[in-house]
Design a protein around this ligand. Sequence first.
Ligand code: FAD
Length: 384
Amino acid sequence: MDFNLPEELQMLKDTVRKFVDHELIPIEMHSQENNELKPEIRERLEKKTKEMGLWMFDVPEEYGGGGLGSLAQVLVWEQMCRTIALPSRGRGIFGPEIRPILYALNDDQKKRFLDPILRGEKELCFMQTEPDAGSDPGSMKTRAVRQGDYYIVNGTKRFITGADKADFGQLMAVTDPAKGSHGGISCFMVDMKSPGLKITAKYKTMMGEEPCEIVFDDLKVPAENLVGKEGEGFKLAQKWLGIGRLKHGARALGVAERCIEMGSRYAKQRVTFGKPLSERQGITFKLADSYVELHAARLMVYQAAWKNDQNEDIRTEAYMAKMFADEMSFRVVDRVLQIHGGIGLTLDLPLAKWFVDQRSRMITEGASEVMRMVIAREVLKRYN
Ligand SMILES: Cc1cc2nc3c(=O)[nH]c(=O)nc-3n(C[C@H](O)[C@H](O)[C@H](O)COP(=O)(O)OP(=O)(O)OC[C@H]3O[C@@H](n4cnc5c(N)ncnc54)[C@H](O)[C@@H]3O)c2cc1C
């Protein structure tokens, strides 16, 4: 068993770390406007990521990307998330955001949907959650009924990120109510400008994101827009969300490490009652606990990514890593914010943003309770 990163991966990690330290951290408090990178900053940074060979690093080579493996991707995401310079969702500086479920499209669908997204001309949103179906997507009610060459869709989706800007949507809908999540839910590619699709509300969230509510009223979706076979949608979505969990974990590592860096520096420089905070056990124990928890989370996330690279099933490991790393990073942000006192609460530092963002991560893309539910199922199966 070798816990050291292979040399080329260590080099990749070091290169991205340097890029973040020199190019992103110095601009992080003024790089965005309305949750988007300022255009001149985007242009400059995209040029750099292309020079570094990191453009579309997480896209397979056959689609023109860098084709990095899971562990390599985790290393890049971890370093990139040591800063709030980039928007936490949506397009970053490494090219268009590609949801891996798009690789399940057939050749004709890839031409119509994947290619324009890869070229950066079109954007995609993912429509699964409903007012009465969040953690339990199997109870969704949005119905797609086949009529000749079309499916007719009726229902409501809620909390859909980027629906107001997206050109295409990936829609999950019930095609066989009797089967539910066991073969009764299908996935469709939808043109977001279609008649019969209406954005009816936008929610203001504490993170600044504004996910949308969408109503489908006899929306006509061409039958050739069905992804895979009828009834396969749920399995496909779960597969995509599984890979996304490693990204969540890596993000949490980056946030926690930067917080520990900040907490350590601040504790050494801030003097109260005649001594630096770094000489107070009540402060240094917060850093020690954070460091131990970060180490444990890093081992979990790296191991799950490594196992994915060996083509092994990582469902349980990915759930454990996401849950532990997300909860760990929130505890770390909270402790380091406390070390900073009043300045930690201001918007002059990234801590307040992380406090809100990392809190939201325990709910979105698989709430902590749902992770525990799945892990508990595995425990009960294993030890009977
Ligand atoms: C900003 C934002 C962006 C989002 N973007 C998207 C998007 O782009 N596309 C999309 O489809 N969805 C999106 N969502 C939806 C998100 O995935 C759901 O909010 C999430 O899955 C939780 O569902 P819910 O809000 O309905 O909570 P509920 O399912 O109602 O759960 C409420 C609470 O109960 C807990 N709980 C639920 N069931 C159990 C149980 N069996 N045992 C114990 N505890 C349980 C949950 O963990 C949670 O804490 C987004 C949400 C937000 C807030």
